[in-house]
Design a protein around this ligand. Structure first.
Ligand SMILES: Cc1ncc(COP(=O)(O)O)c(C=O)c1O
Length: 332
């Protein structure tokens, strides 16, 4: 079951209005959140022996979802010095005859970074030559700072539409996380295979939640813009505070609502005899001693870093940065 026709039609219309991309409702699957969409597509697309390229830092669910399909995630490192854009010249090192696809997440969770047009062109070229499927996780595409348009893989070459599947949803753009509505848009045969999987598992997302998502997708689109305007001063503030701390570096996120500072200069230091030996002990320390909730970089395949979210009030962020400064200064 692909989801109610009204909602799939509304998604098709939104894609056309926002991007000029033309799809039919039978190229759309509505599912129980973006996470479920990714699960369905991995199950439909990959199997034992297949390899899937995953740039790291990655969103936590990509490698396990690929593994649940019996396939192997192949991690491609992104460098902080390159603003976490992919250096396409290294991509070839990770490609084998078993490579079936690549996951793009731009803007990214956890880095907030965006892949440049040049990078997308290089990925698109390889995907066309080798017949890869491209998964473009666009869940943060309404939260992009600055006036430059967000580059997209579909703009690289019209032929890529036949082998690209887009993941999106209302969790981030409309802050409707709990409603659990995501959607995938792509070639009919892939959506068809995903519909068989969904039909034998959840049937479909709750029709009540689908109606709520319909109101969001069809309604005025000023809400995502309002959210973005609210996030921008918080991003600028948290970056200013982070890089002012001795030996902390942080890439300025171009989108989403996370910062991913490099705290590794503090690894090896200790508090009350307990050594901070990596991102997990750092996140534990920040939670226990400073009551700061963060996510360790290890969860995203990037040990030197810790993720902070700035999707909270300025007052909370100010207090959080005060506590972080003190917690790092207390390490010796
Ligand atoms: C990059 C990325 N993709 C997909 C999702 C899935 O979101 P949801 O299942 O809430 O729609 C998330 C949620 O955190 C995410 O960060």
């Amino acid at each position: 079951m692909p989801g109610i026709l009204e909602l799939r039609q509304a998604i098709v219309e939104r894609f056309a209005a926002d991007h000029g991309w033309q799809y039919e409702p039978d190229q759309v699957q509505v599912c129980c959140g973006g996470k479920h969409g990714l699960y369905n597509m991995c199950q439909a697309l990959f199997g034992p022996g297949d390899e899937v390229l995953v740039p790291a830092p990655y969103w936590v669910s990509y490698p396990p979802m690929i593994q649940l399909a019996g396939a192997t995630p192949v991690i491609v490192p992104l460098a902080e010095e390159n603003d976490f854009d992919l250096d396409a010249s290294i991509l070839g090192q990770y490609v084998t005859e078993r490579t079936r696809g690549i996951i793009i997440n731009s803007p990214s969770n956890p880095t907030g970074s965006v892949f440049s047009r040049k990078t997308l062109e290089a990925i698109g070229k390889m995907a066309l030559e080798r017949g890869w499927v491209v998964i473009s996780d666009d869940i943060y595409d309404t939260i992009v700072y600055g006036n430059e348009p967000l580059p997209h893989i579909l703009e690289v070459d019209p032929r890529l539409k036949e082998q690209t599947i887009i993941l999106n949803g209302v969790s981030k753009s409309f802050a409707m996380t709990g409603w659990r509505i995501g959607y995938s848009v792509g070639p009919k045969h892939i959506i068809g295979a995903m519909n068989k999987i969904q039909s034998q598992s959840t049937s479909n997302p709750s029709s009540i939640a689908q109606k709520a998502a319909l109101a969001a997708v069809r309604g005025p689109q000023d809400f995502p813009l309002m959210m973005k305007d609210a996030y921008l001063p918080r991003r600028d503030y948290i970056i200013k505070e982070l890089v002012a701390i001795d030996k902390v570096t942080c890439v300025v996120p171009r989108g989403a609502f996370y910062v991913f500072p490099n705290l590794s200069a503090y690894y090896g230091k200790a508090f009350k005899g307990k050594v901070i030996d990596g991102s997990v002990t750092m996140a534990d320390y920040l939670l226990e001693e400073a009551l700061l909730a963060t996510v360790p970089g290890a969860a995203f395949g990037a040990e030197p870093f810790v993720r902070f979210s700035f999707a909270t009030s300025m007052a909370v962020i100010e207090e959080g940065m005060k506590r972080l400064r003190k917690a790092l200064a207390d390490l010796s």
